[in-house]
Design a protein around this ligand. Sequence first.
Ligand code: UGA
Length: 438
Amino acid sequence: KGVDTLKITVIGAGYVGLVSGVCFAELGHEVTCIDNVEQKIKQLNQGEVPIYELGLQPLIADNMEKGTLAFSTELASSVKQADVVIIAVGTPSLPNGQANLSYIEQAAKEIGMALSGYTVIVTKSTVPVGTNEKVRAIIAQHTDEEFDVASVPEFLREGTAVMDTMNPDRIIIGTDSQRAEERLIELHHSLTSNIIVTDIRSAEMIKYASNAFLATKISFINEIANICEKVGADVTQVAHGMGYDKRIGSSFLKAGIGYGGSCFPKDTQALIQIAGQMDYDFKLLKSVVEVNREQRLNIIHKLESLLEGLKGRTIAVWGLAFKPETDDVREAPAFEIIAALRERGAFVKAYDPIAAPNFEAQYGSDGIAYCEDAREAAWQADALCILTEWGEFQQVSPSEIQEWLKSPYLIDGRNVYDQDQLAGTQLVYYSVGRPGMN
Ligand code: UGA
């Protein structure tokens, strides 16, 4: 087992596992990514990347060629040789909002059966406080070898995952072992960011608390936006002014139709559950979730009042992904908004640069036509709603939109356009928290 170059096994070649595995290879370690979905491993070995993520494909190709990155379904043989095993399997929500830990538990069992020599087992998946201790207990049931567990949560964002992993704001290492701490510092050796060593439970909590706080910022600014609309203030100016206060910070204050994705909705629900199990009522976070749910429907209320009912109307939708630069539609606001349009009898024409196939696979095609481009979706529609702020929408001039639409109604759920761009058009324009522009 090496000193500078560590042998790493990553279990779970999903978003977190794949990106961190590839980045550790890029940092000079020898990485094997394991997944039990054979098809996925086969694809990866042929150089096909199952997720759309900027910069990932060339890094994979490069490191496979150098021999520092491999993909396999064989967990045991890889774990046997590893200095560090990283668990990055999914923790989907159970119906009650709790995290489903069965994939983690299964991984821990298989690791335990395969361990050979001192190994550090790292959990990167987002897991409830106390899970690493469970992982330790499960592994210990299946081995007599020496090992330590550590929580090293992941803070990457989809769309900028490689950049986030290579340039993290901080690296959290939660461990109770000096030996594991040293090995994990070695693992991250060439990343020049703050390394913060904590106890295991605090590291697990840091991940939930960080995501809950970011979700809170979004719901907060969305409520400020709703009030701005009533009092005649502009939320983008308000957020800009607030952001200069270093204690507040300027990021995550973009008002819109609320947060989606595979993390915030799941992690906020899980933290509410974790608190509830300890008889703590996390009131603030419950409101954050509720505000987020309602915010999505504001767009429907605006449309209804503009069009005096939606029955028989054709509504164009631009953007289905939960945010730009990804084909991920998990928990995307588009689902609820399109379902609400359909319930009210509207027909939908939708366009997204890359996420439409994923959306269609989940939503189906009842009452919705998936269009080839932005123009086709907007053509002769009664109104256009923008649900994801893809860069290419910015490039379309509002006067073109006006030409394409049957009636001049543009509901911008992501504040894509500004006042100057709208000047000279007859568009009736609704955005979020910017009443002066209606
Ligand atoms: C989020 C966190 O940002 C990452 O730090 C974390 O590692 C990740 O979850 C995770 O737990 O794995 P991600 O879900 O990829 O990352 O996307 P974000 O860029 O954070 O956006 C989340 C949602 O918030 C999107 O729907 C976005 O449209 C919305 N958002 C974000 C706003 O509505 N306003 C903002 O100002 C920022």
